[in-house]
Design a protein around this ligand. Structure first.
Ligand SMILES: C[S@@+](CC[C@H](N)C(=O)[O-])C[C@H]1O[C@@H](n2cnc3c(N)ncnc32)[C@H](O)[C@@H]1O
Length: 296
């Protein structure tokens, strides 16, 4: 059970507490071990423009406040963290990321970057704004993670999280099918998104005591000349845990099979991929709940 009794508990109307727990039961596979990361900053940067837009949309959900203390969770290279620092007029900005490769790829001005794995290494704060763009989809147990982030917020602090979620798309399904074919080498590992429905995040933010919230689903269309474009995009994100587990040579064999699976499903022509991202932001009197609702 991710919550102790106390402020915030029992405030949920219309959604039973049981519902929160179920999200962890939908995907009973391997827990993610972020130490075994396979991020490649060069592959990630190939689609920098496509990846920047959702970040700026997320930052636009933050209500302006005077000189906030900002935390960016899963900050990657920190290039976008520095943009948030500037746009939000932050007094201080800390970026955390578990991947030395991603952190090592840039030295952005004005922000502090640290290697840290969330939620284990989450600093107490308090922070006025906690952002996380396209990172917590690599972390299991969102009820507990959001609760932990909330506890690092100052009173009236703001939480803004963006999570890509396309489990039913060919992009994800073909990847899972390929992972099953490599099951022996992967020790049975298959990445399944832990991202839940917008209703789940709305109910969770209510339970965490936030006064206001904006939860929505946005689509970021991609147009590729053929499936190779989707594969190139996946190399910078979705395929990372397979790179980490397979080593270079077998990883390329995995990519070849993934490409073939996509081609069987989508054909040889141009591909339209409306990438779905779910965004949640919340703020208000109830945020920064403090000691009384620490997750067990
Ligand atoms: C898709 S990148 C996003 C980077 C950046 N936020 C952006 O928008 O460009 C996801 C990042 O999340 C980081 N990440 C994944 N799991 C993490 C965890 N448990 N703790 C900290 N960082 C994590 C990865 O290392 C990676 O750099």
């Amino acid at each position: 059970m991710p919550f102790t009794e106390g402020r915030g508990s029992g405030r949920l109307r219309g959604v039973s507490a049981r519902r929160y727990i179920e999200v962890n039961e939908w995907f009973p596979g391997e827990r993610f071990e972020m130490g075994r990361e396979g991020w490649n900053p060069d592959e990630y940067a190939r689609f920098a423009d496509a990846r920047r837009r959702p970040f700026f949309d997320l930052v636009s959900l933050v209500e302006p406040v005077d000189a906030p203390r900002v935390l960016d969770v899963g900050c990657g290279s920190g290039v976008l963290t520095a943009e948030a620092h500037r746009l939000l007029g932050a007094a201080t900005t800390l970026g955390l990321d578990s991947s030395p490769a991603m952190l090592g790829s840039a030295r952005p001005e004005g922000v502090e970057l640290r290697q840290a794995s969330i939620p284990a290494d989450l600093p107490k704060g308090p922070f006025d704004v906690i952002l996380s763009n396209s990172a917590l989809n690599w972390v299991d147990d969102h009820a507990q993670v959001f609760a932990a982030l909330t506890q690092s917020l100052a009173q009236k602090g703001q939480l803004a999280v963006q999570l890509p979620s396309n489990p039913e798309s060919a992009f994800s399904r073909c990847c899972e099918a390929t992972a099953r074919r490599f099951g022996g080498e992967l020790g049975g590992f298959v990445y399944r998104s832990p991202v839940a429905t917008p209703e789940f995040y709305s109910a969770l933010l209510e339970r965490l005591g936030f006064e206001r919230q904006r939860v929505g689903t946005w689509y970021y269309p991609q147009r590729h000349a053929d499936v190779a474009g989707i594969v190139a995009f996946a190399r910078g994100g979705l395929l990372s845990p397979y790179r980490a587990r397979l080593g270079d040579e077998r990883f390329e064999a995995f990519v070849t099979e993934y490409t073939a699976a996509l081609r069987r499903e989508l054909g040889d022509g141009p591909v339209f991929f409306p990438l779905r991202r779910s965004s949640s932001s919340a703020d208000g009197e109830g945020s920064g709940l403090g000691e009384e609702v620490r997750p067990r």
